[in-house]
Each structure stands twice: as structure tokens, then as C-alpha cells.
Ligand binder design. Structure first.
Ligand code: ARG
Length: 487
């Protein structure tokens, strides 16, 4: 069962397990929707591979919404009578209610959500139901439904990303002065503040929101009215249905309308980058919880214990978010692989678009909820963050900068001098500020007492006032700017 199936489990139907074929007369007989030219029904294997209702029932609300918009347009254009049209509109509402109350019986023999809804409509209102499918096809129908669903998913993701940014900005504000090592190659590099580190992720998630917003702009065109692939001879009004469904405009080309799944791919691509960011953040949380770092403590709400080792508090939430990036990126690859090489226009291959898209969006929603909670609850350990800066000669660059600034050495020479001082400290088993002035002067006589000023981590961090730098005052200003920009 996919996450999508689980989401929808509970309705009385024959689709929760493998599609029934034995004892399900509907799957043995020719399909009632196109039975005209069919004498026999599908084989057992065909009945198993063909239906999408097990997962596309999730589109029921969008399907009914789009059908109602289509029906209103058919009435407006005089293609369907007002009486029939009203019967269809009311019947669709009833179908929706039945699905939401759990009394709707989904049938895998009816393949997908579109035919399940239409078939039930026929049972409810009789002959007029058959007029709903005028001037449309399941090809433009499914493209429309899926765009509507994807648009809503993008909006949910955006809201959740904002919540993660909020949690990070709050940590940045309270951690603007908390010095810690900044790393390159996971080796202590220069002192930074926890606040600065948090705001780095605010930027990443800001770009993720930008990518999703960009995808949303392009997806917000309405394919309805493209019909099977070539358009229709009926005098439809595509502007009207597009407007009613909140789309910016109708799509331009009927063939592209039914063949395109770029909108899903773009969301999966943006989602994959987002998943990668989440996994980097979670990897850091996992490292920071390790006793070697002990930089932060995660709350009980996002950790688990061990059944054998009573001392353990495992960062399972972060580990799972780190891991789940795999299925999001996998979904992108799945859909790329489905779409590559498909001739225009629609191919049933494209039915395989939904499970990866649903799964990726569900997974991201879960991961974002966990991440927002973990960051909100995270307790930094100021003493351990600071203690970690006392190792690794973390102010070496500050010493080199001082040699450039005060005695006016070229940076390359200063770099060499500091290299020798680091070697000295390493041999003596101490940090740079612990070296006696005399020993420093033996390496370079231009070094004076003043140098010790720049060798403290607080001074080092506070000195990085260049735009985008880690100085606590910068961080506070950046947090305020991020609040205004993102929240
Ligand atoms: N269940 C199908 C899908 O998800 C709906 C479109 C089917 N169209 C068709 N011509 N068979 O793609």
C-alpha cells in the first residue's frame, strides 16, 4: 500500500487490495463506458494493472470541482440544457457527499476516479449524466485535476516552509551571540554564531519557496477543453472554466495540454532540492546531538529511547527526515523515466505520474512538520558550543588578518607565519592565544602584545561585519530582515 492508499483507506470498496476479478462481474464483462466495440472483458492481469482508482481517488474533490465548472460552462454556452445541467451539478454534489461520508463504493472495474464519479452520477440522475462528458475527455480532465491538486500541494508546502523558517529565525534571534565553530571539510575553520548558522538554512528554504512559487506560476494554466488532444467542435468557453477554477488562463496548445507533465516534474525537482536541504539540516542536528559535539538537545517529542540502553536518546526524527530525501528524489527520477521518450500526446504511461507525486508531497509535508517541531524545541548548549571553539586553532585567520592590518604584511606571508605559529602551538599542546608572546616574536618580531585582542573567539566573530558576515549585530539585523522578507 502506498501512503496515498493509506490516506484513503476506509471506504467500502473493492480497490483496497488487488483489484478483484474473480466474482466481480463488472471486470469480466465489457466496460460499460466504452463497451460498444468490446465483446469480452480484461484478463485478470489486465484488470490488475489497468486501474488507478486505488490512488487517484485522492483527486475526487478536484475531479468534481472541475466537472462542475465544465458543466456550468456547457450550460452557459447552450451545449447542455439548464435542466440537465442542474441535475448534473446537484448529482455531483451528492457524489461528493457520499465520498466524504465514506458510503461511496469505489470500483476498480471502473478504472479511475473520473469514471467512478461519472458512473455513480448516472445511477443517481440517469440520462443527463451522459451529457457531462460532452466536449471533454479523460485526458484533459486528468490533466486539469492533477494541476489543481498540485497547486494546492504547493500552497501547503509553502506554508510549512514558512513555519520552518520561523522556527529557524527564532533560534537565530536567541542564538545571535552564541559562538560556535564554523566548519569547512567538517574541520573547525572560523568562529561563527549559531544564529548565523540558522539563517543559512533560512536562505536555502527561501530559495525552495521561490522555486515552488515559480513552478506554481507555470502550472496555473487550465488544460480543460483540450479534449482528447485536438480540441473540440463544440462552442466551448475555455476562459470561463479557467477562471472558475482559479487558473490564470487556458493552456495554449491542445496537444501539449494533454501530453504535458512538466508541472509535476517541476514540483518534484523543487521538492527534491528541498528534501536535500532538509537532509543536510537533519544531518547537522544528528551530529550536534552526538556526545562528541553535544551542541544541542532535541526534545523528547522528536527522539526515541533504546530498548536495551537506558541512557540513549536517539534523534530518530532527524534520521528519518534525512533518509526520506531518498524517496522524494526517487519520485523525481521515476516520473522523469516515465515521461522520457513518450510520443505526443497522452499515453497510459502517464497514469504512473500520480503515485510518485502524491508520495513525494506527502513525504515532504511530514518531513517539514517534523523539522519545524525539532527546530522549535531545540535547546542549544552555549557552553559546549563555545568550548568547541577552543580547539582547532580557530582564530588562525584572525591572526593572519592582524599581521596584514597592523604590520602591513602581504597576506600570503602572514599565512606562512601563522602556519608556523600553529605548528608551535600544536607541538606545545596548546591553542594560539596560549602561546607566550616571546615565542611568537621568535617566529616574527613584528608581533606585539595587541595581537591577543583578536585571538578571542568573541572578538573574531564580532569583527566579521562585512555584509552577510557572522558578527552578532549583523545576525540580529539579518534575522529582522528575514522576518520581514519571509514571514
Ligand atoms: N486514469 C487515467 C490517468 O490517470 C486517466 C486518463 C485516461 N485516459 C485515457 N485515454 N485512457 O492518466
Amino acid at each position: 500500500m502506498t501512503q496515498a492508499d493509506q490516506h484513503n483507506a476506509g471506504n467500502g470498496d473493492d480497490t483496497a487490495s488487488q483489484p478483484a476479478s474473480h466474482g466481480d462481474p463488472a471486470s469480466q464483462a465489457a466496460n460499460t463506458m466504452w463497451g460498444g466495440r468490446f465483446a469480452g472483458g480484461p484478463s485478470e492481469a489486465m484488470a490488475a494493472i489497468n486501474p488507478s482508482i486505488g490512488f487517484d481517488r485522492r483527486l475526487y474533490a478536484e475531479d468534481i470541482q472541475a466537472s462542475r465548472a465544465h458543466c456550468r460552462m456547457l450550460i452557459e454556452r447552450g451545449i447542455v440544457s439548464r435542466t440537465d445541467g442542474q441535475a448534473i451539478l446537484d448529482g455531483l454534489e451528492t457524489v461528493k457527499r457520499e465520498i466524504e461520508q465514506g458510503s461511496f463504493s469505489f470500483k476498480s472495474a471502473l478504472e479511475d476516479i473520473h469514471m467512478n464519479v461519472e458512473s455513480r452520477l448516472k445511477e443517481l440522475i440517469g440520462e443527463p449524466a451522459g451529457r457531462l462528458h460532452t466536449a471533454r475527455s479523460r485526458n484533459d480532465q486528468v490533466a486539469t485535476d492533477l494541476r489543481l491538486w498540485t497547486r494546492a500541494a504547493v500552497d501547503r508546502l509553502d506554508g510549512q516552509l514558512r513555519a520552518v523558517q520561523r522556527a529557524l529565525i527564532e533560534q537565530a534571534e536567541s542564538g545571535a551571540d552564541l559562538v560556535m565553530p564554523g566548519y569547512t571539510h567538517l574541520q573547525a575553520a572560523q568562529p561563527v554564531t549559531l544564529g548565523h548558522h540558522m539563517l543559512a538554512y533560512v536562505e536555502m528554504f527561501g530559495r525552495d519557496r521561490g522555486r515552488l512559487a515559480d513552478a506554481r506560476k507555470r502550472l496555473n494554466e487550465c488544460p480543460l477543453g483540450a479534449a482528447a488532444l485536438a480540441g473540440t467542435s463544440f462552442p466551448i468557453d475555455r476562459e470561463m472554466t479557467a477562471r472558475e477554477l482559479g487558473f490564470d488562463r487556458p493552456t495554449a496548445n491542445s496537444m501539449d495540454s494533454v501530453a504535458d507533465r512538466d508541472f509535476a516534474l517541476e514540483v518534484l525537482a523543487a521538492g527534491s532540492t528541498l528534501a536535500m536541504h532538509l537532509s543536510r539540516l537533519c544531518e547537522e542536528l544528528i551530529l550536534w546531538c552526538n556526545e562528541g559535539f553535544a551542541f544541542v538537545e532535541l526534545s523528547d517529542a522528536f527522539t526515541t529511547g533504546s530498548s536495551i540502553m537506558p541512557q540513549k536518546k536517539n534523534p530518530d526524527g532527524a534520521e528519518l527526515v534525512r533518509a526520506k530525501s531518498g524517496r522524494v528524489i526517487g519520485s523525481l527520477i521515476t516520473l522523469f523515466t516515465v515521461m522520457k521518450g513518450l510520443p505526443l500526446t497522452y499515453g497510459k504511461d502517464m497514469q504512473e505520474d500520480k503515485e510518485p507525486l502524491f508520495d513525494a508531497c506527502d513525504t515532504l509535508e511530514l518531513c517539514l512538520a517534523c523539522t519545524a517541531g525539532m527546530i522549535q524545541d531545540m535547546q542549544p548548549n552555549a557552553a559546549n558550543l563555545r568550548a568547541a571553539t577552543q580547539k582547532g586553532f580557530i582564530t588562525a585567520t584572525d591572526l593572519a588578518d592582524w599581521l596584514v592590518r597592523v604590520p602591513g604584511m602581504p597576506f600570503r606571508d602572514a599565512h606562512h607565519v601563522v602556519g608556523r605559529l600553529v605548528k608551535l602551538a600544536e607541538d606545545a599542546g596548546c591553542d594560539l592565544p596560549d602561546l607566550p608572546l616571546g615565542e611568537m616574536q621568535a617566529v616574527d618580531p613584528r608581533i606585539t602584545e595587541d595581537v591577543f585582542e583578536v585571538l578571542t573567539v568573541d572578538k573574531a566573530a564580532a569583527s566579521r561585519t562585512s555584509r552577510g558576515g557572522t558578527a552578532p549585530d549583523n545576525v540580529r539585523a539579518a534575522a529582522t530582515a528575514a522576518r520581514e522578507h519571509f514571514l
